[in-house]
Ligand binder design. Sequence first.
Ligand code: ZN
Length: 195
Amino acid sequence: MANYNEIQVKCPSCGQQHRVRIYPSINVSETPELREKVCSGEVFTAECPHCGHRQILKYDMLYHDPEAKVLVCLTDSVFHSDGMEGYNCRLVSDVGSLMEKVKIFTAGLDDLVVELCKYVTIREMGKDVSLRFLRMDGADQSIIMAYPQNGQMEMLEIGFNVYEDCAGIVNRNPALRDAAGGLVTLDQNWIGRFF
Ligand SMILES: [Zn+2]
């Protein structure tokens, strides 16, 4: 079953039209190969066959991982998650946030705990930065984050003990977990309301 549409786009570099595939709905139980293409951003990238220019496409996407009970919805529209009890339902409004959520869940991490790790780390840094989860690294499972500074991406390594400490805080505050039920935009604004 086709799970993609083909649309016509105009290359911003050479101005020529070309067709690209977009994926409004992805179920990674049916098409596991698309998980990596979401994490890498490939499903949002249109490469012009005429000049090779690559542009990022933004379109609404519903990412569904039935095994992990994860649903991430990229949209600016109203969306209801009725009947998704027991799921982590997340609403995101940009491609980078969707990629980050899928990477977090694919790594087997809890995004609520990851957001708290970011919140704590940003305060320790004493800078107003926006951290993005990239990956787990090494045998000690360090968490690698990235943030933009002076036009470049800087990397930051967070020990897994920070994640465990944050998981402890979440477990001692059931109101946090309750608030994360249903369809939630779980980001730094959200976590900041609790601390
Ligand atoms: Zn082009």
